[in-house]
Design a protein around this ligand. Structure first.
Ligand code: 5AD
Ligand code: SF4
Length: 439
């Protein structure tokens, strides 16, 4: 028998992408439905679920250092479940790396968490990294709680096999959730207070239900009363259809924002990454998106220091940043991931060179972000108020272009608030209230 009793309280710590945040919310609902209570802030939990990310080495290693810290002063520890993509990638191996792990549960198996917890409490350590396509959603309880901006997973997995990426291995092949399930969950989220729904998928624009694509799904969701805003992320350039682009010009509730990772501004590097687009074809998509919706904000992801990246390749990336004028962008140092084709490629870039390129890329992105934000100053717009700011009386809301705006107001989270933008920095704006409009 184990010395870990059956848990009454739990804490879920999610790392990495928005899909992990969504999965964390669903695990919370599932455990609560099974009679457990979320531990209060600062309170010791009987069960800790680490919902991990495997995309870069640093994120994956964090899981193990966090496990070490869960040991209590009196020598005891909570029951520990390793969930998410590290669990999927390492399976039973994870337990060999840390004997403190009681449960290993992958992203397609977490609906079985209550059963795995019971097994662990009975002294049977449990590993479940099966990938039954999407059956988890049927086994999860209905949505009853929602943030003003709520995530909704519509698609999981990836068939693109970019040479640096673990996602096709950790999240599996591309699978779309059925239309009716998504519409039902969207209604439940709106009934629970969501004003915005962010459709999530590793390749969200590849979502399809027979001959219906995500454009049709967005149009259907836009008909839901009480839903004010729709977003989707993340898209691959190869799946940006004309129909989806047209939706940006025709559906008012679809926000003017497109997250379209490019990774590099150099064609030879894009080829080595197996990205299936060129710089030119990427820029052409952005031009089409801007033709459909001239004010659309573009964001992207970049990797610096991919094997073989020359100074000339990197200069092309900097030039692309400037040419596109990103409203936001995320940049990462290349991290070799076990089992991916790029991990064994020649032409490794030195850490120092990577650091230097990352700093220069940050600077270039900072400039385009600031220019984008400064162009908003003086504009009247509507915020979705999402949370409290740091100062008393201050709230933070988002513009349609996903900019964070600080505003002095007594309007609670979940209010649509008309503001004038009064100042802008690279990462946030300040606004002044025009007139409250309750949704
Ligand atoms: N190293 C660095 N960054 C990576 N990403 C994906 N795999 C890696 C890797 N091996 C980045 C890409 C992707 C984002 C989610 O993470 O930019 O778009
Ligand atoms: Fe990874 Fe490429 Fe798929 Fe994105 S499109 S999840 S980067 S393999």
């Amino acid at each position: 028998m184990t010395d870990i009793p059956s848990p009454n309280t739990f804490r879920i710590k999610s790392f990495g992408c928005q899909m992990n945040v969504y999965d964390g919310e669903r695990m919370t609902e599932l455990l609560a439905e099974n009679g457990m209570t979320a531990a209060a802030d600062g309170e010791d939990a009987d069960l800790v679920v680490l919902n991990t990310c495997h995309i870069r080495e640093k994120a994956a290693e964090k899981a193990y250092s966090d496990i070490g810290r869960l040991k209590r002063d009196d020598g005891t520890r909570p029951m520990i479940a390793l969930a998410g993509c590290v669990a999927q990638a390492e399976g039973a191996e994870a337990r060999r790396r840390s004997s403190m792990i009681d449960i290993v549960v992958g992203p397609q198996a977490y609906h079985r968490l209550p059963h795995l917890v019971a097994e662990a409490a009975a002294g049977r350590r449990a590993v479940d990294t099966d990938m039954p396509a999407m059956s988890k959603f049927e086994a999860l309880p209905a949505r009853r709680r929602a943030n003003p901006s709520a995530f909704l997973t519509v698609q999981e997995g990836c068939d693109k096999f970019c040479t640096y990426c673990v996602v096709p291995y950790t999240r599996g092949a591309e699978v779309s959730r059925p239309w009716t399930d998504i519409i039902a969950e969207a209604h439940a989220l709106v009934d629970a207070g969501a004003l915005e729904i962010v459709l999530l998928g590793q390749n969200v624009s590849a979502w399809s239900d027979g001959d219906r694509g995500i454009d049709k799904l967005i149009r259907a969701l836009a008909k839901i009363d009480g839903l004010e805003r729709i977003r989707y992320t993340t898209s691959h350039p190869a799946d940006m259809t004309d129909a989806l682009i047209a939706t940006h010009g025709e559906v008012d509730k679809l926000m003017p924002y497109l997250h379209l990772p490019v990774q590099s501004g150099s064609d030879p590097i894009l080829k080595a990454m197996n990205r299936s687009h060129t710089v030119e074809s990427y820029v052409e998509i952005i031009e089409r998106a801007r033709a459909a919706r001239p004010d659309i904000a573009i964001s992207g992801d970049f990797i610096v220091g991919f094997p073989g990246e020359s100074e000339k390749d990197f200069a092309a990336t900097l030039a692309l940043v400037e040419a596109v004028g990103y409203a936001a962008a995320y940049s990462f140092k290349y991290s070799p991931r076990p089992g991916t084709p790029a991990a064994v490629m020649e032409g490794t870039i030195e850490q120092q060179v990577m650091e230097d390129r990352l700093a220069r890329l940050h600077e270039a992105i900072g400039k385009t972000q600031l220019a984008f934000n400064q162009a908003s100053v003086g504009r009247d717009t509507v915020l979705l108020v999402e949370r409290k700011g740091r100062r008393p009386g201050q709230m933070i809301g988002r513009t349609p272009w996903l900019q964070s705006v600080h505003v002095e107001t007594d309007a609670p989270a979940g209010t649509m608030l008309e503001v004038t933008i009064i100042s802008a920095g690279p990462n946030s704006l300040a606004g002044a209230v025009c007139q409250a409009r309750t949704a």
